[in-house]
Write a protein that binds this ligand. Structure first.
Ligand code: ANZ
Ligand code: ZN
Length: 834
């Protein structure tokens, strides 16, 4: 039939793949293995266009690799713990588990409707005890190995909701839900020793040459290795019994530009000075009200309290620097104390301008600028040291080394390596997460839950009508006997950060026995993930935590892999136009037609093209689109036009165009009757497409692959009937199979081919046909035509001469004698004078 019946074909082939287990990955396969993974979704309720784009890319690669003879693991699961389920519980009075599982069921059906080549037999959800129980086992193994510890640490506390807030839940210093001013509170929390691996995580980045440069740089900066110096400032007057304190700097070269010293609000010296000093107490309390997010501290107004004390400059005993307590100095970084150099640090400059402190340049980008004044911007670039006694004329790096050498020789400081990376705090005071498998006993301390008592299962009967952690106020759950001494004890009521759940799910996909987290040998047969695809929003934390967790498992001997993802691709977003009505309210695309509001006829203002988001109402739900146009048209749209790393604008005309093209493919892949004859030009185009599309898919250049399919389709349509044309039309089915698999299966069956196109081999290309323009060269011996050669157009003279002499016929004629002379006319002939 002329039209591709997508409704029938989609359902039919999805059913066939499922019933035949086509995409089930076999652990014991003799084929080489390939692991293709997309970041698993959070089960928010519906699949969105971003998911469709992400999973379509992975799907094309997975299907292509199968055709290339690999045993492919391409699994799917659910990152199912987290806040939104608890929010739904509070707002809609539905249990987080019910909400989550219903969402998973709905989203699973939606994904199946798009025909992804997924191994559903390995599906997992992190909220189920068979997953999180194994995570608890791993957590305890890491605990036993000393990679987990507990310490007191500051959190953002919402005094109205009586809950701890994540940094992103603090907006302008207020709780996102309650609007209350957030306080800093100290709580005992669990930490994972990611800092133990800082050097290795940094070094490992060098091996990840199939990761985007940008992501590697982001990770490098997050780990933040820097060379610095610690040194001691002597106080001119003691603070309580304290007479000195240490500062940490990454810029010892700027020491002659110092104009003040500053300590954190919770520094012991600030604490000592605050006794009997209400003004300082008030200042310290004010500092504590600011959140802990670094970005917040960066943007917050710099404030200080002048202690009236001063410190002695270590390079000049007569030079005194005033000592402040400052809100931008953090207690848990470096030593909680700094020297301020306003000319070369922006925070220090803002601070100095506010408190009228001296600003002295000590680094000059050029000799002419040695005395150039500093305006509103600190100079942080390279240059030569000025105004700095024995350092003058040195470069920044030389001066650092010189100051460190002097400090070490004189005994007031020493060089250090410092990391920006902190240990990973994993405690969350929430219900919907993996319970931390620890029991607190008054006599024994923190006792691990014995392995045979895992999993520690979340209680079902919890209430969300009052704020706080439901686990904490559950009447019975936390009351248990100590596994060690048998006395009454209390369960840990914190749950794990959901980033823990996503730090090893890819290993569990590879192997999921019921009695342990994974089987080492099986997991290693699949790992590492060869191609990981996901959003750039996970470029730092998720990827770093997964790299850490894998290394931690490697260290305790559980797996012989350190880098979990050898290839990484971060895809762009799906965008859409935005619309507003005359009153300035956002309108959804369905409410708009031809520039007017459908319901009222009022004119519409078309706004910017932006990432699809609920808040701007510019979301297009893939569900109905798939029904209307078919899975293949939607998949084709996702791959077309934009390079996959760039944003892709969703348009109605775009999807219509894709639908038309799918129908065109349906017609083209039906070569009517067998025709005779060769069409060299079309052969060449076909083989170029075979080779080129393979290269493009391998490089995730899907839009280029799509363009090549278009070119080939045009060429086939234009060609006269011939055996070449028939072959090209038949081969085209396999070339588009990874992208539009339903159409391809249908066309494959129509051609009378055996089995599934999903199981067919990728067509082979003939390298000889890839040569662009060929010419026929006449080869003469003593003026007589003896042979012809096919050579690339424009081939150089010496190459043609060599080809001619290597020809069998010619060699026979010359009988080993060297030619007297060879005359070459490029692109035409070679005449050998014997
Ligand atoms: C003097 C100086 C001069 C600095 C200069 C910078 C530029 P990164 O690179 O992020 O590691 N610092 C040290 N401890 C701090 C703390 N607890 N809270 C806030 N700031 C702190 O930053 C290191 C620099 O941050 C250190 O180097 C110190 O300021 C500041 F031209 O020392 B610097
Ligand atoms: Zn005990």
């Amino acid at each position: 039939s002329a039209r591709f019946n997508h409704l029938k074909a989609d359902a039919h082939w999805q059913g066939v793949w499922e019933s035949q287990g086509t995409f089930q990955a076999r652990d014991d396969s003799p084929k080489p293995k390939s692991y293709v993974l997309e970041m698993f979704p959070y089960p928010s309720g519906r699949i969105h266009m971003g998911h469709v784009r992400n999973y379509t890319m992975g799907d094309v690669l997975a299907r292509y690799r199968r055709m290339k003879g690999f045993e492919v693991l391409h699994p799917m699961g659910w990152d199912a713990f987290g806040m939104p389920a608890e929010n739904a519980a509070m707002e809609k009075k539905v249990h987080p588990g019910d909400w989550t599982r219903a969402n998973i069921a709905a989203m699973r059906e939606q994904l199946k409707r798009i025909g992804f080549a997924l191994d559903w037999s390995r599906e997992l959800a992190t909220c189920e005890p068979d997953y999180y129980g194994q995570e608890q086992a791993l957590f305890l193994d890491l605990y036993a190995a000393g990679l987990v510890y507990r310490k007191e640490s500051a959190v953002n506390w919402d005094p109205v909701d009586m809950t701890v807030l994540a940094n992103e839940q603090v907006i302008d210093g207020r709780g996102w839900r309650s609007g209350a001013l957030v306080e800093r509170r100290k709580l005992n929390q669990w930490f994972l020793k990611i800092t133990d691996f800082a050097d290795d995580l940094l070094e490992g980045l060098k091996t990840l040459d199939q990761w985007p440069e940008k992501v590697r740089t982001m990770q490098e900066n997050w780990i933040g290795k820097s060379q610095g110096m610690r040194f001691t400032f002597e106080l001119d007057t003691p603070a309580g019994n304290l007479t000195s304190f240490d500062v940490f700097t990454t810029r010892p070269d700027t020491l002659f530009g110092a104009s003040f010293a500053a300590i954190a609000a919770d520094h012991p010296i600030a604490q000592a000075l605050s006794a009997g000093n209400p003004a300082l107490q008030a200042f310290i309390a004010d500092c504590k009200r600011t959140g802990t997010a670094a970005a917040e501290i960066e943007t917050a107004e710099k404030k200080g309290y002048d202690t009236g004390l001063s410190v002695v400059h270590p390079l000049d005993p007569d030079w005194k620097l005033p000592l402040f307590v400052a809100n931008f100095v953090l207690m848990d970084y470096g030593t909680g104390a700094v020297f301020g150099c306003p000319a070369h640090d922006q925070r220090d400059l803002d601070f100095a301008r506010k408190y009228a402190l001296p600003v002295k340049r000590v680094v000059a980008p050029s000799p002419e600028e040695a005395a150039a004044p500093i305006g509103d911007e600190a100079y942080v670039g390279p240059g030569r040291i000025v105004n700095s006694a024995f350092l003058d004329g040195l470069s920044v790096e030389e001066a650092k080394a010189a100051v460190i050498a002097r400090a070490e020789a004189e005994g007031w400081g020493q060089g250090t390596t410092v990391w920006r990376l902190r240990d990973w705090g994993v405690s969350r005071q929430r219900y919907w997460g993996t319970p931390i498998p620890i029991i607190h006993c008054e006599g024994c301390g923190a006792v691990p839950v014995p392995h045979d008592q895992l999993p520690v299962v979340l209680p079902e009967d919890v209430a969300f009508d009052i704020p706080g952690n439901p686990l904490d106020r559950h009447p019975t759950w936390k009351h248990v006997d100590c596994p060690s001494c048998g006395e009454p004890a209390r369960r840990e009521t914190d749950t794990l950060d959901t980033f823990v759940d996503s730090s090893w799910y890819f290993i569990r996909f590879a192997s999921q026995p019921s009695d342990k987290p994974f089987d080492r040998a099986v997991a290693e047969s699949w790992m590492p993930v060869g191609q990981y695809i996901g959003g750039v929003e996970h470029a730092i934390l998720h990827l770093l935590y997964a790299r850490f967790w894998t290394r931690a498992l490697e260290r305790i001997g559980r797996i012989g892999v350190k880098e979990p993802f050898t290839g990484l691709f971060t895809q762009g977003m799906v965008t859409h136009e935005t619309y507003k009505d005359p009153a300035g309210q956002w309108l959804s695309p369905e409410e708009v037609s031809d520039g007017i509001v459908v319901a009222t006829g009022a004119p519409v203002t078309v706004g910017r093209i932006e990432k699809m988001s609920k808040s701007k109402k510019n979301v297009v739900d893939p569900g109905p689109i798939v029904e209307q146009y078919g899975a293949d048209a939607v998949r084709w749209f996702m791959l077309s036009d934009s390079p996959p790393e760039r944003d892709l604008e969703w348009t109605e005309s775009g999807i219509e165009g894709c639908w038309r093209f799918v129908n065109r493919l349906w017609r083209i892949t039906d070569p009517a009757e067998a025709a005779e004859g060769e069409d060299k030009d079309l052969d060449r185009k076909l083989h170029k497409a075979i080779a080129g599309i393979a290269v493009d898919i391998e490089a995730l250049g899907f839009n280029r692959a799509v363009a090549k399919v278009h070119e080939l389709a045009n060429a086939i349509e234009k060609a006269q009937p011939s055996a070449s044309r028939t072959a090209a039309a038949r081969t085209l089915v396999r070339l588009v199979a990874p992208m539009v698999p339903h159409l391809a299966e249908e066309a494959w069956a129509r051609l009378g081919e055996q089995g599934l196109v999903a199981d067919a081999a990728w067509p082979a290309h003939d390298p000889a046909l890839l040569v662009d323009d060929e010419v026929t060269i006449a080869v003469q011996v003593n003026g007589k035509l003896r042979d012809t050669l096919t050579a690339p157009k424009g081939a150089p003279k010496d190459a043609l001469e060599r080809m001619a002499l290597e020809s069998e016929k010619i060699a026979r004629l010359l009988e080993g004698a060297a030619p007297r002379k060879v005359i070459v006319v490029p692109d035409r002939l070679v005449n050998i004078v014997a």
